[in-house]
Design a protein around this ligand. Sequence first.
Ligand code: FMN
Length: 354
Amino acid sequence: MPTTWTQLSWQYPIIQAPMAGSQGSALALAVCQAGGMGSLPGAMLSPEALSAELKVLHEQAGSPWNVNFFCHTPPQPDEAAQARWLDTLQDFYKEAGIDPSGIPAGPGRVPFSHAVADVVEPFAPPVVSFHFGLPAPDLLARVKGWGSLVMSSATTVDEARWLQAHGADAIIAQGLEAGGHRGLFLSGDLSKQLGTFALLPQVVAAVNVPVIAAGGIADAAGVRAAMALGASAVQVGTAYLCCPEASTSAVHRAALLSTESHHTELTTLFSGRPARGIVNRLMRTMGPRHPAAPAFPTATAAVAPLRAHFEAQGLGDCSPLWAGQNTSGCRAVSAAEITRSLAQGFSRSSEPTP
Ligand SMILES: Cc1cc2nc3c(=O)[nH]c(=O)nc-3n(C[C@H](O)[C@H](O)[C@H](O)COP(=O)(O)O)c2cc1C
């Protein structure tokens, strides 16, 4: 069991980003078997599904792997906010012929907890990563106690310093280009969010733990640039979304491979927290960050039936089409092929000769 970053026995310091809702162990396993580090997103899995997925990686990965959780504080139930949100979406419900009165205010995503840790502990994953900060000190101590290395995302230099001070073993510098949820947790002010190549060198200078570059890295040149700016590894999400091993929906894949993917925005409509996705009809109609969207993760349940309705017609009008700003690396090829092409960024022979 590795206890330090340098003991990780991987061929390439490439982490396939955990992507809740778009992949399970199949993608993670393929990346591990290609010499990188695969990640399993745990935030949306039942305890039974989580256990089954962990078992696959524990038995077959053969390379360090990572399981990822969110560590937000769930909001108190707020019926008035839920009613306002349903009311705001009423034109879409009318068009889809959906009666919103039957829509439950489901939680959507659960944070890491001792109950979740009970499921994870028997597998003692080599790495456990978190989004939205770190879990409470007793829970973090439990994870470190069974031998996992702990990583978490920082979207500002202040967050990176906070994560180091609170026990992170490595820090993911998540630039503003990144697809999916912003990992922000100290400030919700989006004007404080930095692009990858502004954030990365400043985080490297501010902390003394390994820093992983994330956001907009889609090819070998991006890997090389991140390493030149001091990264110890890269974390890549969007470029893996069209691999056959991912569970990305058909409408999402089509959008990623089309020119639609050239326009992404940070939106709160699908969960309540800012996340980057391809601009679609819901975002255009409501504005990407509507004030009526309730607190994370409670916005999700109201949009879910609309998403299902339109996806059944082959439309992504109300789907969270998570994507980073650089979708040029999305290809319908195996995760091993994507990993190998990213790994060219570490090869000396690919450097230009002087
Ligand atoms: C579809 C999708 C889902 C994501 N879900 C998660 C998640 O569950 N947990 C997490 O820590 N990060 C998540 N992220 C963010 C990634 O960890 C990472 O920061 C991002 O993919 C890097 O930028 P890139 O997409 O430009 O490669 C997600 C990203 C995408 C694209």
